[in-house]
Design a protein around this ligand. Sequence first.
Ligand code: UDP
Length: 328
Amino acid sequence: MNAKKSSKQLELSGKTILVAGAAGFIPSHLSEFYLNKGAKVIGIDNFITGSRSNIEILSKYENFRFHEANIFEKMPTFAKQKIDYIFSLASPASPIDFSELPVEIMRVNSEGTLHLLELAREKKARFLEASTSEVYGDPEVHPQDESYHGNVNIIGPRSCYDESKRFAESLTMNYRWFYNVDTRIVRIFNTYGPRMRPNDGRVIPNFVGEALRGEDLIVYGDGSQTRSFCYVEDLVCALDIVMFSDVYTPINCGNPDEYSILDCAKKIVKILGSNSKVICNNKLPKDDPKKRRPNIAKLQGISDFSPKVSFDEGIKKTAEYFRNYLKK
Ligand code: UDP
């Protein structure tokens, strides 16, 4: 194990990092993080869920290049381009996307991942697959550590994402074993922050939007289901640690502070000083995981990672972004 390593110790100017899904919420922050470190970043996105405004932010950096392309259909050509690191972050990931874009999700995580792995093989680049806590399904083990194989409903409403990410992990490992591609895998737990789509249907954008508008916060089910929320800046640090570590087996990335969704709603109302009421609709979506909290001992075994941004602070920053967004 390589203790306390990340790109902090590395010179990144002269390195080229390809970020698939660069117009998305987490990837746009990750791209900016590396641009600020002097790396050249190549973004790819088809804008199926990503935002053009995120690409506008990145385009202000001289070292950013962008390709509008659908990686599961046709990759851009990078004939003479040197590529050192590839982040596979292109999948839509909100439960609303699962019902609206199931085939695109399955294709990007299978054919899209295949194309990125082929590129990594050709360029001798290190490849990181951004997998998800969804591979654990509705977990019977709590908190979830990386040795748990999960409890996924193969034909349930979330399976387009869960199963295709499980496939992507397997494909990544097999490219490593069979073709010697240098790979890493992270499993990302619930993450939030500025640049989330206000209407993406996930709980933090929904609750923050409702609280800001003075509307009722609608808790699905009885609100006893739990989640653990990581602020995006902390998550980016975790992704960086894994990319620059020597560990190629999956690593959980997230914040282990766990809240019931009912408590989460009440906290958001309080943090934002809103007059909104919190209402439980008693209709939990099918296969909605009852509990989720990452065990991050493996990540902490290779680094000094601990989340820095508190829930209060993160929610205030997210709300500030949504307020400005609403004004536009
Ligand atoms: N949820 C909720 N109200 C909302 C949106 C979501 O109560 O307006 C619940 C949802 O049922 C789940 C949790 O919040 O239990 C987290 O949902 P999200 O869609 O953010 O992500 P998930 O972790 O389920 O992928």
